[in-house]
Design a protein around this ligand. Structure first.
Ligand code: NG1
Ligand code: ZN
Length: 546
C-alpha cells in the first residue's frame, strides 16, 4: 500500500469540523452532506477487509428507513453478513481520524493488527446504493477510498441492501452472483414451494406492496414479472415515481409499524379485499397488514412472520420422523418481541426461543448456532437460516426413494433455503416466504393473524442529555444504571396484569426507548408513561414522544 497516495486522495475528503461518528448497529448514518469523508474511509476499510480475507467484501450506501436527506454506509463481510465486531471499532477509528496523516497511520496500525501482508492481493469490493439523491456522489467517494489502497471496485448500481449481501456471499462461494441470479434463485425456490402446495390450493390473492418510495419498489416489480405465471400479483404503491411522494415519508415498514396505520396510497377499503405489505427504504424489512372483521387495521409484524415460518419448518421436520427431530430449530427474538408471540413459540409450538440485544447482527450470531435459525425483529427485519449440515443431509435425502410426504418435506426445506436470503434479512424473501406458506396451508391473512393475539404494547422515546447513563443487562431487559431505575420499573410492573416493561438507550438515535406491554391497552399505555417519567427523573429527561 502506498500511504502517500492514500493521504493525497483523503485530502479531497476532509472531515467536517466537530465530526464524531460511530459505526453503530446499522453502520454509519447521518445527514448526507456530512458523510463524504466517512464514506471514503469506509471504502478504505472494506478494501482492507477484502485484502485480509482474500475474499470480496461489500458496501451499501443507504440510510434505510431514515428520511431522504440522511444517508449512510454499511459493510458486508465476506460471508455476506454484517461486518465483524472487531472491525466495527476500526471503522469508527478510521472515520474519526482527524487528518489524512492520522488516517494513514490508523490504516497502517490496522494492517499490522490484522496481519495484512504488504504483498496480499489487492482486494475487491462490491458497491451498491439505494435511491437517495445523495447516493451517486457518495458512491464516488467510496470508489475513491477503495482505489486509494489499490483495491478494485465493482459498482453494482442501485440495489436493495440484502441483494448486495446476497451477492457478496454468492461470489465468495463461487456461485452465480449477478442480480439476475438473485432473482432466479428466489423465484425458483418460490415456484417449488407453490408446486408442493398442491393442485387444490386456491389462487394467490393480490398483494398490495408499499415500496416506501425506495429501491424495493422497482425490485418487487421485477420479481413479480418473473413470477407472473404463478398467479402472484404484486400491486406496488409508493414506487418512488415522480408525484408519488418522498422516500419513507408517510409510508414504509417503519412508519406502518410505529403508527399502526396504512401507508399513504393504501386505504382500509382496499385491504378488505386482500393483504398489504410495507418494505422499508432499503428493503431489508417487511411487515404485513390486513383489515379485520370489525374493519380495523391489523398489523402482522416480524413476530408474526417468525411464528408463521417456525410453524412451517417445524411441520416439515416432524414429517421426517425421528431423523427430522434431531435437527435443532431455534427462534431468536429481542426484548421487543410481543410476549404473546414468545409464549406461542415456546408453549404452542414447543420450540426453543433465544433472546438477544436489539440489532440484527446479534440475532444472526445466535441463529447460526441452530440447524434452522429463525430470527425476526418485531420491526420486520429477519430471515430463516439453514445450516450447511442440514442442507447436505436434505440433498442426500432428496435423492432417495421414500414416502411422498417425506419427500415433500425434504423438497420444501430445500426450496426454503433458496427463497429466503441466507445472508441477511430481506423484504423480497419475506414476501415470497409468507405467500408460499399461506398457500401451502390454504390460510387467509385472518387465519395467520389468529395464531395468537398480540398483547397491547406501547413504545415511547425519551430525549436525554446523555443516553449512555443507561446501561442494561439480560439482553437489554434489565437496567443496571442509573441506580434505582430497575427497582422503580419493577415496582410499576408489579401490579399490572401480564405487565412487562424495559428501557434501553437507542443505538441509532440520541434517545432512551421505553417499551411496555400489558393485558389491556390502557394499562400498557399508562405503564409506558410511568416508566418514561422514571427515566426523566433518574436520567435527566428533556422530553417524551411516541
Ligand atoms: P435502536 O435505535 O437501537 O432501537 C433501531 C431498531 C432496531 C434496528 C436498528 C437498525 C427498534 C426498537 N429498534 O434500533 O431494531 O432495526 O434501528 O436499523 O425497532
Ligand atoms: Zn432497512
Amino acid at each position: 500500500m502506498v500511504m502517500a497516495s492514500l493521504e493525497q486522495a483523503a485530502n479531497l475528503y476532509p472531515i467536517p469540523p466537530g465530526l464524531a461518528i460511530d459505526y453503530g448497529t446499522a453502520g454509519f448514518r447521518a445527514e448526507a452532506s456530512t458523510l463524504p469523508s466517512t464514506v471514503f474511509r469506509t471504502g478504505v476499510l472494506a478494501a482492507l477487509r477484502s485484502r485480509q480475507t482474500g475474499a470480496v467484501t461489500g458496501l451499501v450506501i443507504t440510510a434505510s428507513h431514515n428520511p431522504e436527506g440522511d444517508n449512510g454506509i454499511k459493510v458486508a463481510d465476506p460471508n455476506g453478513g454484517m461486518l465483524l465486531r472487531d472491525w466495527e471499532a476500526a471503522a469508527t477509528a478510521l472515520a474519526n481520524a482527524p487528518t489524512s496523516e492520522a488516517l494513514a497511520e490508523a490504516v497502517q496500525q490496522l494492517a499490522v493488527r490484522e496481519g495484512i501482508p504488504a504483498q496480499a492481493p489487492s482486494g475487491t469490493v462490491l458497491l451498491a446504493r439505494d435511491t437517495r439523491p445523495s447516493g451517486p456522489a457518495l458512491a464516488h467517494a467510496a470508489t475513491q477510498g477503495i482505489a486509494a489502497v489499490g483495491a478494485t471496485v465493482e459498482d453494482r448500481g442501485v440495489l436493495t441492501t440484502p441483494q448486495l449481501h446476497w451477492m457478496v456471499r454468492a461470489t465468495n462461494r463461487a456461485e452465480a452472483a449477478t442480480e439476475q441470479d438473485y432473482f432466479r434463485t428466489l423465484a425458483a425456490g418460490f415456484r417449488e414451494l407453490l408446486l408442493l402446495a398442491g393442485a387444490g390450493r386456491p389462487p394467490l390473492a393480490p398483494l398490495l406492496v408499499d415500496g416506501a418510495n425506495g429501491v424495493g419498489a422497482a425490485k418487487v416489480e421485477r420479481l413479480g414479472a418473473l413470477l407472473a405465471d404463478t398467479g402472484l400479483a404484486f400491486r406496488v404503491r409508493n414506487s418512488g415515481q415522480p408525484g408519488e411522494g418522498r422516500l419513507n415519508a408517510g409510508c414504509g415498514a417503519d412508519f406502518v409499524q410505529k403508527e399502526q396505520a396504512p401507508p399513504a396510497g393504501v386505504t382500509l377499503d382496499e385491504l378488505r379485499a386482500g393483504r398489504g405489505a410495507s418494505l422499508d427504504g432499503d428493503a431489508d424489512r417487511v411487515v404485513f397488514y390486513h383489515c379485520d372483521e370489525e374493519g380495523g387495521f391489523k398489523l402482522l409484524d416480524g413476530d408474526k412472520i417468525a411464528v408463521l415460518a417456525a410453524g412451517f419448518v417445524n411441520e416439515q421436520l416432524q414429517a421426517l420422523g425421528d431423523e427430522g427431530r434431531r435437527w435443532r430449530v431455534g427462534v431468536v427474538q429481542t426484548a421487543y418481541a410481543n410476549g404473546a408471540a414468545t409464549d406461542y413459540l415456546r408453549n404452542g409450538l414447543q420450540l426453543e426461543v433465544a433472546r438477544t440485544a436489539t440489532g440484527v447482527k446479534y440475532l444472526h450470531e445466535v441463529a447460526v448456532q441452530f440447524d434452522v435459525g429463525i430470527y425476526f425483529e418485531a420491526n420486520g427485519h429477519g430471515t430463516v437460516l439453514l445450516s450447511a449440515a442440514l442442507l447436505e443431509w436434505l440433498h442426500q435425502q432428496s435423492k432417495l426413494e421414500g414416502a411422498p410426504e417425506r419427500h415433500t418435506a425434504v423438497r420444501r426445506l430445500l426450496a426454503l433455503a433458496g427463497t429466503v436470503n441466507q445472508a441477511v434479512g430481506d423484504a423480497l424473501s419475506g414476501l415470497l416466504l409468507v405467500e408460499a406458506v399461506l398457500a401451502s396451508r390454504r390460510w387467509s391473512t385472518a387465519d395467520w393473524d389468529a395464531l395468537y393475539t398480540d398483547l397491547p404494547s406501547r413504545q415511547l422515546k425519551v430525549t436525554v442529555h446523555d443516553r449512555s447513563v443507561i446501561t442494561t443487562s439480560h439482553a437489554e431487559t434489565r437496567a443496571v444504571t442509573p441506580a434505582g431505575l430497575q427497582d422503580a420499573i419493577d415496582a410499576c410492573v408489579a401490579g399490572v396484569s401480564q405487565g412487562r416493561a424495559f428501557v434501553r438507550p437507542s443505538g441509532t438515535e440520541n434517545v432512551v426507548r421505553v417499551y411496555a406491554e400489558a393485558a389491556m391497552r390502557e394499562q400498557a399505555a399508562s405503564l409506558a408513561n410511568e416508566v418514561a417519567r422514571i427515566v426523566h427523573r433518574l436520567a435527566g429527561g428533556l422530553g417524551t414522544s411516541p
